[in-house]
Write a protein that binds this ligand. Structure first.
Ligand code: DQA
Length: 146
């Protein structure tokens, strides 16, 4: 089973950006922890981060026929991007939306998610552990649905 773990704008700044909200762990640590978790579970994983909406859409489209599931933290595009939601719907791969922070208890604009309707599940407010939960969810989902 192969998973794509996508991170949107500013997630490369983890550890530096607003540590009181996003924590002190870096994007590199996030990648290391996701890779280690997937290796433990016998899952193949590709991690990709971009600050550009079109790059993220290209990556989702390229996952069609090449990946079995998508974990996505679209960063700020969560709250603005119809196009990212459309891309997820277009490839129709099982997807989980992840946010490090608890977006539901932050500003009202963060409580709107366009991608949510294209995802099977949303994990918020659990930091990097949320990505691991999303990976486990997709692994179990595949186990039950193939
Ligand atoms: C975020 C929450 C978004 O509102 C914000 O724009 C981000 C990160 C999170 O992981 O908590 O960039 O997706």
């Amino acid at each position: 089973m192969k998973l794509l773990v996508l991170n949107g704008p500013n997630l490369n700044m983890l550890g530096i950006r607003e540590p009181a909200i996003y924590g002190r762990e870096t994007y590199q640590t996030l990648c290391d922890r996701v890779r280690a978790h997937c290796a433990e579970k016998g899952l193949e994983v590709e991690l990709y981060q971009s600050n550009h909406e079109g790059d993220l859409i290209d990556k989702i489209q390229a996952a069609y026929g090449n990946a079995d599931g998508i974990v996505i933290n679209p960063g700020g595009y969560t709250h603005t991007s119809v196009a990212l939601a459309d891309a997820l719907k277009a490839v129709s791969l099982p997807a989980v939306e992840v946010h490090l922070s608890d977006v539901n208890s932050r500003e009202p604009f963060r409580q709107i998610s366009y991608v949510r309707a294209a995802c099977l599940k949303t994990v918020t407010g659990k930091g990097i552990d949320g990505y691991l939960e999303a990976v486990d969810f997709l692994a179990n989902y595949r186990g039950e649905n193939q």
